[in-house]
Design a protein around this ligand. Structure first.
Ligand code: NAG
Ligand code: NAG
Ligand code: ZN
Length: 307
């Protein structure tokens, strides 16, 4: 037993030296095949030990309403694209043509969509990266955007506000979400790490809730949730989840990591806030309804006054 333990420690330190840039999720780490799990990601990149890391647990009552967090405008989100969907060994990722972008939401300039990918649990179990009041959703979508002036993500990450990621939760629904058919169907062709297939026609708009359901969101400054963990990300996490059936959520667990094991629990544990503030949209709405209330009281008084 003790010998086994010593061997394991030996192997673990050996791995650390040999494959410093390699990383894995907690679910992949076993004694017989050790790899650098989240608590060792700083060996892959020292930024992973930084003080403004993502994901985080969002405690709603500690968030600050901010009236500058207005509704986003999603430009060209309705355009369909025929992108490649790829199993990259950590997730499924879709590279996007650079024609879709977002403005508003207190972003200082337009940010164009670069790629999206997902984080999920085991067969529809808890799997989101961000949590709300400690609740972990079954899956989370990250649409990665960068400032228009940057030509690639690498350059954008050198800019402290170069990247904006929009995060969307999923929830289990008793109805099949047909808008997700192209993605769900493609998964069977990319079970193995490194494989890709074409996605068919799909638009970003069909993958996210309708615009009127995207006015409530949280905002904070953080990082990529995989190594290099670069702290250049303006995070937006939307409150309203995307519905998928249990069967649809489960299909993601048929994908495989590089070693052939099921690709499950592909999320980083939540990170300390270290004094960061989390803001929430809705300040303006409160203000507007307060104004409305005052106006209607004034009107009611006006009406009741004899003239
Ligand atoms: C997609 O897969 C093909 C082989 O099927 C390969 O030649 C190509 O490089 C892959 N593309 C990407 C972006 O991984
Ligand atoms: C908006 O959200 C509500 C509540 O979650 C839901 O009932 C409704 O179907 C959504 N509307 C659209 C158009 O997605
Ligand atoms: Zn992500």
């Amino acid at each position: 037993m003790q010998q086994h333990l010593i061997q394991c420690i030996f192997l673990a330190s050996f791995m650390k030296i040999c494959t410093g840039s390699d990383w894995c999720y907690e679910s992949q780490h076993t004694c017989s095949s050790p790899c650098n799990g989240p608590e060792k990601w700083e060996h892959a990149n020292k930024d992973c030990a930084g003080r403004a890391q993502s994901p985080i647990n969002i405690v709603h009552r500690k968030t600050l309403p901010d009236e500058r967090l207005t509704a986003f405008q999603f430009k060209n989100y309705q355009n369909s694209f025929g992108g490649l969907i790829k199993n990259n060994g950590h997730s499924v990722q879709v590279t996007l043509p650079h024609d879709a972008f977002v403005i508003g939401g207190d972003l200082e300039m337009p940010y164009k969509a670069v790629q999206f990918h997902l984080h999920w649990g085991n067969k529809g179990g808890p799997g989101s990266e961000h949590t709300i009041d400690g609740e972990q959703y079954p899956m989370e979508l990250h649409i990665v955007h960068m400032k228009e002036k940057h030509s690639n993500l690498e350059d954008a990450l050198k800019d402290p506000s170069g990247v904006a990621v929009l995060g969307f939760f999923y929830e289990e629904s008793n109805r099949v979400n047909r808008k997700y058919d192209p993605i769900i169907n493609a998964l069977q062709s990319i079970r193995m790490t490194g494989t890709n297939t074409s996605l068919g026609t799909v638009s970003l708009e069909q993958l996210i809730p309708s615009q009127q359901n995207l006015t409530n969101y949280y905002r904070y400054r953080g990082s990529l949730t995989t190594p290099g963990c670069t702290e250049s990300v303006i995070w937006t996490v939307f409150e309203n989840p995307i519905p998928l059936s249990k069967e649809q959520l489960e299909v993601f667990s048929n994908l495989q990591f590089k070693d052939g094991k099921p690709m499950v629990a592909t999320f980083r544990p939540v990170q300390p806030l270290n004094g960061r503030m989390v803001y929430r949209s809705g300040g303006a709405v409160v203000l507007a309804s307060a104004t409305l209330l005052v106006a209607s009281i004034a009107m009611a008084m006006g009406l009741s006054q004899p003239n």
